[in-house]
Design a protein around this ligand. Sequence first.
Ligand SMILES: *[C@@H]1O[C@H](CO)[C@@H](O)[C@H](O)[C@H]1NC(C)=O
Ligand SMILES: *[C@@H]1O[C@H](CO)[C@@H](O)[C@H](O)[C@H]1NC(C)=O
Length: 415
Amino acid sequence: MALQRLMRVLLVCVVGYSSASVVDNTNFRTPRQNPANIFTVGNGEQCLSADRTTGGVCLSRNQCNTQGGKAIGFCGVFATCCSLNACDVRTNTKVAVFINPPLNHESSGLECSYNVEINNNNVCQMRIDFETFNLAPPTTVDPVENVTQRPGFTCRNDIFQVTNLQANSDILPPLCGDNNGQHLYVRVNASTNSRAIRINFKIADRVTQPNLPQATWKIKVTQLECFNTLGKFRDGILESITQSLPSTPFGGSSADRDEYLIAPPGCLQYYPDRAGAFESFNYNRGQGPYIGNLIYSTCFKKSPDVCGIKFTAATFNMAYRDETNIYLDTDCQINPVTRGTPQSEDYLFIPEAETADGLRGSKFCGASAANQIIASTPPGPLYVHFKSDNLVTDGIPEQGYRFSYNVLNNCFGRI
Ligand SMILES: *[C@@H]1O[C@H](CO)[C@@H](O)[C@H](O)[C@H]1NC(C)=O
Ligand SMILES: *[C@@H]1O[C@H](CO)[C@@H](O)[C@H](O)[C@H]1NC(C)=O
């Protein structure tokens, strides 16, 4: 049994390498780099220029060049401290970092486009980490006397968006505001003609709007490779993904690290660790507001020993439709939903949820998830989904949420 397994692994390795070298010779402008180099030579960590005045990212000289960067010093072993401030970049490195160009209040609008080309045919997802992400907040229209409802908060000034998507019908919302530490996933398909996604920052004119905060960002794009025992692109086969996931990120090889990070299909965000924290977009240290007209899933790893997940809110505040009850389910969204006048329909959906107080439901709004411990024990994948409408009502806050979570491996007593 074990021997058979080993043979199969060896076979896959051999097949994997030979097909990769074919790809190198035909499709790529730059030779494929050994992924291990990224972590030993230029590790993507922050570094300082030789005169210690400017920040950069530690990369090999070659990576710095292919990312359109400028060497400003040395770091690590044989690596350069690379300034990645260029605004229009095309790259295919396995890990790429993009930093805003020097901006000041005189900047009269700006658009930065980063084209990330698929590094090799095994790449099936890209994970975009917002190490720094400060853009102008989402806005709505000015209040009008005697009118209590306005359109939702959306990104009208600075706008971040990923475009040129291929593999999916996933909706990637425009984002703005304070999203430090957030991330999102993009599925890609190496078989399509355009082997690149485009990451776009559109920055509003600071001359006419001098009160907008300065826009800064540092984003890291990691190309994740899907391998399977059949050597086929396997995004979409949830079962095989969850069955073969390594349970820790410390397996050593680049393939193990990628496997650990691969998100189930359809998840905009994915938290593979057994414990951690997550928050709504533009959580803004508890001030919000969250972005309107948004719907997306945040997923967690369901390893074979895991049966559910426990959430503890640091903050929770979403709009509600009806305040007569407990801000659960039909207090969040009328049932059945009817067409016509816009209804408040903001909530966090937590499947098969039960609070420590013994309340059961799935849609949480108002402050119903605040000061609560909530267990979610759905039969399928572990996820929550965020939904916001395109409506704000005076006096009803839309701050958003931050939760800590722990996966559960005993669900009989639940919490
Ligand atoms: C707002 O309502 C008040 C009281 O009903 C009314 O006197 C006032 O004219 C209204 N203002 C506008 C702009 O409609
Ligand atoms: C990838 O693109 C190819 C060519 O357009 C298509 O045939 C294939 O079904 C796509 N695969 C996925 C998983 O979307």
